[in-house]
Design a protein around this ligand. Sequence first.
Ligand code: MN
Ligand code: MN
Length: 327
Amino acid sequence: VAGQEHTTAMPQQPVGVYLRHGQTPFFRLPMADIERAGPAAYEGADAVLLGVPFDGGVTYQPGARLGPYHLRRTSALVGGHHPVHGIDVFGALDVRDGGNVVAPPFNAGAVRELIQAEVGHIADAGAAVVLAGGDHSISLPALRALQQRHGPLALCHIDAHFDSSTAEIWGERFHHGTPVRNAIEEELLAPGSLFQIGLRGGWKDEYDADFTRDFGGTMVAADEIDPQLIRGLGARIRDAFGDQPVYVSVDIDAIDPAFAPGTGTPVPGGLTSREILSLLRSVAGLRVVGFDVVEVAPNLDHADMTCHLGAQLLYEGLALIAVNRSR
Ligand code: MN
Ligand code: MN
C-alpha cells in the first residue's frame, strides 16, 4: 500500500487519502502551519515548497502565475524514492507545502518584498526553500533573503537566456530578464561563483555574454550539452562551488520547446528532459540552500507535459537537498 514504507512522522499522503481529501498540496505532502506567522510556520521542516503565482515580470507571453496550481496537481504523481541517489526523499527530509506568496498581481515591488520576507522566514526556521514560480523575477528576492542568512551565494542558473539585461528596453530594471544582473550588482553572489547552462541565441547584440564573462562566470551553451559533458560538468560545478551555499535556478525555457512548450519565451534548440535530469543529478553533493523552477506557463502547455517536467524538477531539487543533508 502506498505510503507504508515510510517511517517518518509526516510522509506523503497515500494516494487514497490524497484523493479522498480532494486537496492538492505539492507531492501529497503536509501543509506548513501557515496560520502561524513568521518562522514558526515552518518549525521542524527540512525543506519548504513555496508557490509564487506571479508573472508581472514577464516581457512576452504571460501565464506563469498559474504555475504553482498546476505544479501542485501534477506533482501528486511523483513518488518519494529516488533510484539514482538511492534515497527516500520524503523519508530523509521533512518537507512541507508552505502555500503561496499572496500579493497584488499588479504590484511587483510588493511581491518582491513578500517573497524576500517569506523565504527569510523559511531560512530562519532552518529549512531549505524550493520555489515554484512564477516568472524569473521571483528569484532575486529569494537570493536577497538567502544571502542575508548564508552570506554570498553560488548560483547555478539553467536557462536559455543570460537574464543579465538592463533597464534599457523597458525603463525598469526588475523583470524576468534581469535577475542575474541584479544579483551580481547587489553583490549577492560570491565573485565568479556562477554557472549559466543551456544558453542560446539569438542575442540582442554581440556583447550579451560580456556581463557574465566580466564577473568570471562560466557559460555552457545548449549545443555543447551531451552525456559526457554533463558528467564532467557536474564535477566542475562541485569543484568550483565547494562548500559554498548554492542556489539552483531552473528556468523551464532552458529545456527545448519540444519537451517544455508551456513557457512564455520559448527558444528552439534546448536541453532534452533527460539532459536536464542528468545535469541536476550530476551536481549531487552541493550545499543547496535554495532552488527554484520558474517560467512554467500552464496555459501555454500541451497535455501537462511542461507541468509534469516542472514537478519532476522540483523533486530533483528536493533530492539534492536530501542528499546534502543526509551526509
Ligand atoms: Mn529564459
Ligand atoms: Mn530566465
